[in-house]
Write a protein that binds this ligand. Structure first.
Ligand code: NAD
Length: 506
């Protein structure tokens, strides 16, 4: 216990709770009922939000539909849309401290990480603005002397955006600017655990001059708000990030109207460590990959597959590094890992670890709650578990905590088989100095993203998403943007060359 690095409370003075309302047709609207969020680290109320019901969700969808059909955004030029998106990017940067503080208070993540995520989100808005101006279709000038074919791209329509609690502002910015760049109008529902940074985004959109009704925000729970947003006939597409279980429910809700569904779901992401790898860098990346955001990350590298010859020394290195990671008060700018999102989730993580140990796994580090002086009980120790078999729940399911499981292999074929033996397919990584090994792995891994000799680097230009039960569709990059567009073909005859179908009777 004492050999872990723990940042005790710095007794920071917390601001008064943030009060959030819905944004509908350009107006801030309250509800008779409200719901509260307590800081996972401090146990005190940090936000009070209007609690949306079916009626307010109907109003938001109706406002988005009317705004889309009116055309002042959906038919605006790319230049006009880009101008607003660029203003939003500037406003995000001007408000980093305020948004980041609220994000930390509601999610429990360290303040330095929140600042990085909010500041980084501005770049997603700038990249989306560039797509608004450079989007184009296709033309066919080879269809014959009297024919011209043009394929144009239209905004898909009204989009429901439903987001989770683990990266509230970042994930919103992976979706919203791209939908807006395409000309869509939207209804957004943030997680009930982290609603406030989405409200703050709404404030920035209003300030940037986004026309009323183009972005509407409803605060509240999955049922009734999210389920109505997924089933309503006036919604053309749902883009959802969250658990695989809720992703399946949303697919069912959307099937009644056959609306398009884009899903970013869970993962059980492996890193393969070859014997010829730069083991120092690999151990650091594995430590980062599992403890970042307390493991509450779809991209958490929660399992490693290590070559047998180096497994013991590699695990010892990861354990030594994990002891040095600074766990504790998220308000301390020096802290690297903060609190678990809820007490229930803390108990779920502990349950996975206890079950694995009961099944014969070996605890190399951690495996218990982490007391942090002056803060709540919602912290969990960095945990490393070896002697794990691939069929154990801890090796197959998303634990969503700072818990690493170690599997071993002898041949590359075995390692790839273990990578692909999963219901999930979000991301995977390999560490080797041999480029042929890396490329073979990259081609055979059944995932949406492969990292070679790195982990979790991402860019607005590169599409992100999963295969199998990690999701469908792609986010960010040109491919993510295209998800918000429909394709329409124009077939044009030039001149009077058309042969009549009905022949004149002589
Ligand atoms: P969750 O599925 O519990 O909730 C996500 C959102 O869905 C929330 O806004 C919630 O209110 C809403 N919701 C709940 N029930 C609903 C329903 N019936 N209809 C419509 N909406 C409903 O997920 P979470 O616990 O907030 O987030 C953690 C999960 O998100 C993890 O599984 C994680 O892997 C996943 N995630 C995936 C990615 C990715 O890009 N692949 C990124 C971040 C998080």
């Amino acid at each position: 216990m004492t050999d872990l690095t723990i940042k005790a409370s710095i007794n920071a003075e917390l601001p008064a709770p943030f009060h959030g309302r819905h944004l509908i047709a350009g107006e801030w609207v309250g509800s008779a009922e409200t719901f509260e969020r307590q800081s996972p680290s401090h146990g005190t109320v940090v936000s009070v939000s209007a609690k949306g019901d079916k009626a307010v969700t109907e109003q938001a969808i109706s406002a988005a539909r009317k705004a889309f059909d009116a055309g002042n955004w959906s038919r605006a030029s790319g230049k006009e849309r880009a101008t607003v998106l660029l203003k939003v990017a500037d406003l995000i940067e001007a408000n980093i401290d305020r948004i980041a503080l609220q994000e930390t208070l509601e999610s429990g993540k360290p303040i330095s990480q929140s600042r990085g995520e909010v500041g980084g989100a501005a770049d997603l808005w700038r990249y989306a603005a560039s797509l608004a101006r450079t989007s184009h279709g296709d033309s066919h000038n080879t269809l014959g002397a009297d024919m011209l074919g043009v394929v144009v791209k239209d905004p898909i329509g009204v989009v429901s955006i439903i987001t989770p609690w683990n990266f509230p502002f970042w994930i919103l910015s992976q979706k919203l600017p791209f939908a807006l760049a395409a000309g869509c109008t939207v209804v957004v529902k943030p997680s009930e655990m982290t609603p406030s940074s989405t409200v703050m985004m709404g404030e920035l959109l209003v300030e940037a001059g986004l026309p009323a009704g183009v972005c509407n925000i409803v605060l509240g729970h999955g049922d009734p708000v999210g389920s109505l947003m997924s089933s309503h006939r006036d919604v053309d597409m749902v883009t959802f990030t969250g658990s695989t279980a809720v992703g399946k429910i949303i697919t069912q809700s959307a099937s009644g109207t056959l609306k398009k569904v884009a899903l970013e779901l869970g993962g059980k992401n492996p890193q393969v460590i070859c014997a010829d790898a730069d083991l120092e860098s690999a151990a650091d990346a594995v430590t980062f990959g599992v403890h970042f955001n307390v493991g509450q990350c779809c991209n958490s590298s929660s399992r490693i597959i290590v070559h047998e010859d180096i497994a013991d020394q590699f695990v010892a290195r990861v354990v030594a590094l994990s002891r040095k990671v600074k766990f504790g008060d998220p308000m301390d700018p020096d802290t690297q890992v903060g609190a678990i999102v809820t007490a229930e989730h803390n108990a779920k993580i502990a349950g996975y670890v206890q079950a694995a140990i009961a099944d014969g796994a070996k605890l190399e580090l951690g495996g218990a709650a982490l007391p942090v002086t002056g803060l709540s009980e919602q912290f969990y120790q960095p945990t490393v578990i070896s002697n794990v078999s691939p069929d154990m729940a801890i090796a197959r399911e998303e634990v969503f905590g700072p818990v690493l499981v170690v599997l071993t292999y002898q041949t590359l074929d075995e390692a790839i088989a273990l990578v692909n033996d999963s219901d999930y397919g979000l991301s995977a990584g390999i560490w080797s100095e041999n480029v042929h090994t890396c490329l073979e792995f990259a081609r055979r891994a059944e995932v949406g993203t492969v990292w070679t000799n790195t982990w979790m680097d991402g860019f607005p230009e590169l599409a992100f998403g999963g295969v199998k039960q990690s999701g469908q569709g792609r986010e960010i990059g040109r491919f993510g943007y295209e998800e918000f567009l429909e394709v329409k073909s124009l077939v044009m005859r030039i001149g009077r060359s058309r042969t009549p179908w009905v022949q004149e009777v002589a």
